[in-house]
Design a binder for this molecule. Structure first.
Ligand SMILES: *Cc1c(COP(=O)(O)O)cnc(C)c1O
Length: 390
């Protein structure tokens, strides 16, 4: 059996440092906001190339806290993609804003900036014939433009220059959902540093994962940092029991920070190994299984390869390939089977199946192959061999 994600091999590689860091937390006993948390935030900010890093309890909390800090709420619209994990749009809806979905570019699986421009135009004119709009955004509704949440799906950063061009023309902020892309790069900058606020996740299966839930927010803005630090602990003011706003219990604990500190030194090398695995898959699949479309990384981008996803010809082709792999001890997964505009909870937005044609199509054809730094070249050969024989 080839593991889909291999946390055991990684644990063996970092075991000594990891155990001594966890021991240190057990000894000092500062389980909440201990010294590991500060050290980690400094190292993460240095890695991403931002002035500040605010660690937090999960990627979802990072998004939620960032939206709260920007004052996003009732009546605001936020543009994002439907081809992402649920949390991206869930947090927009949790702060009572309205997500407007924008379809993806078929090569990068990320938001298509041209579609974004059309969606903003459609919103301003309240004209869904230009681009599909939520049914709740009607002629004469008082909704206001707020911002754009870019998503760096599968580890590849979005085209932030193009997104910023549209957003700034209309006075909108941009955020980066970098939950999958920490370690990725765009035009010489790292994921986390590609928008005013970026959010990442340390869920165990992400490229940089802890041993539980964790996340972080990145920004260069001092004022936003102050607000986020307050939101992280119940809107705390200058004193622990003074509350100046509403917040959450959003802290990263010292144990998880210790785990991440042990995982940071080998991280750059792991990114290189992920690149080797992706290159191996792409080269061999193009040669042996030309019916499968392999992922594209445009010039000037680096993917963190959270996932390696391929596109089958159609749903039946995907089922045949996945069944063959499964029977041969190779796990696969589908990210994501239901695009967000078709999720039940967003039914009131009134999006029709097919309204995001690329996302709707890809959801029926996409699947992910095992991706982690310990996939060997022999495993890649074996996996591609099984795909070919199917
Ligand atoms: C994982 C993920 C999140 C949420 O992160 P959690 O740490 O699981 O809360 C948000 N957005 C995307 C794109 C993700 O992949």
């Amino acid at each position: 059996m080839i593991p889909f994600v291999d946390l055991k091999s990684q644990f063996k590689a970092i075991e000594r440092d990891l155990r001594s860091r966890i021991d240190a937390v057990l000894e000092h006993g500062q389980f909440i906001l201990g010294p590991e948390v500060k050290e980690l935030e400094q190292k993460l900010a240095a890695f991403a190339g931002t002035k500040h890093c605010i660690s937090c309890a999960s990627g979802t909390d990072a998004l939620f806290m960032a939206l709260l800090a920007k004052g996003v709420g009732q009546g605001h619209v936020v543009f994002t993609t439907p081809f992402t994990f649920f949390a991206t749009a869930e947090t927009i809806a949790l702060v009572n804003a309205t997500p407007i979905f924008v379809d993806i570019d078929p090569l990068t699986f990320n938001m298509d900036p041209k579609a974004l421009a059309r969606a903003v135009d459609a919103f301003n004119k309240r004209d869904p014939s230009i681009h599909p709009l939520p049914a709740t955004v009607t002629k004469g509704s008082s909704h206001k433009l707020a911002g754009v949440m870019g998503v760096d799906i599968f580890g590849l950063p979005s085209d932030y220059d193009a997104i910023h061009a549209v957003a700034s023309e209309h006075g909108m902020w941009v955020m980066e959902d970098a939950a999958q892309s920490f370690g990725g790069e765009y035009k010489g900058k790292r994921a986390g540093a590609l928008a005013e606020i970026a959010c990442t996740s340390f869920f165990p299966a992400k490229p940089l994962g802890c041993y539980g839930d964790g996340g972080a927010i990145f920004t260069n803005d001092d004022k936003l940092t102050e607000t986020l630090v307050s939101i992280r602990v119940h809107g705390q003011g200058s004193d622990r029991y003074e509350h100046v706003r509403l917040g959450v219990t959003g802290r990263l604990d010292s144990m998880q920070a210790a785990v991440l500190l042990a995982k940071l030194p080998p991280f750059e090398n792991e990114l290189k190994e992920r690149q080797r695995v992706a290159d191996g898959y792409s080269t061999m699949i193009k040669r042996a299984v030309p019916d499968l479309a392999t992922p594209t990384v445009p010039a000037g981008y680096r993917s963190a390869w959270a996932q390696y996803c391929v596109l089958a010809k159609d749903s039946a082709h995907r089922t045949r390939l996945r069944d063959k792999l499964q029977a041969g001890g190779v796990p696969t997964a589908v990210y994501y089977p239901i695009p967000l505009h078709q999720q039940k909870v967003f039914a009131e937005l009134g999006y029709k199946p097919g309204s995001m044609p690329v996302s709707d199509d890809f959801a029926t054809r996409i699947f992910a192959l095992p991706m982690h730094p310990y996939v060997t070249n022999a495993m890649i050969e074996e996996i591609v061999g099984k795909l070919k024989s199917a």
